[in-house]
Write a protein that binds this ligand. Structure first.
Ligand SMILES: [Zn+2]
Length: 57
């Protein structure tokens, strides 16, 4: 059994997000981050350095 769509974590609120269904995505330093909402994406975009390091996979 393998997961078809690996989940990612919304770095702002910590929610688990399905990349295929993410409400928003932001590219930062070569990585793509997924968000549960545009609000979280906007928060991330404002200060990505506050969040980018929290997601390691
Ligand atoms: Zn979120």
């Amino acid at each position: 059994m393998s997961e078809k769509s690996p989940k990612v974590t919304d770095p702002v609120c910590g929610m688990t997000v399905d990349p295929a269904k993410a409400a928003a995505r932001v590219e930062h330093e070569g990585r793509t981050y997924y968000f549960c909402s545009k609000y979280c994406a906007a928060t991330f975009s404002a200060t990505p350095e506050n969040y980018a390091s929290t997601v390691m996979s």
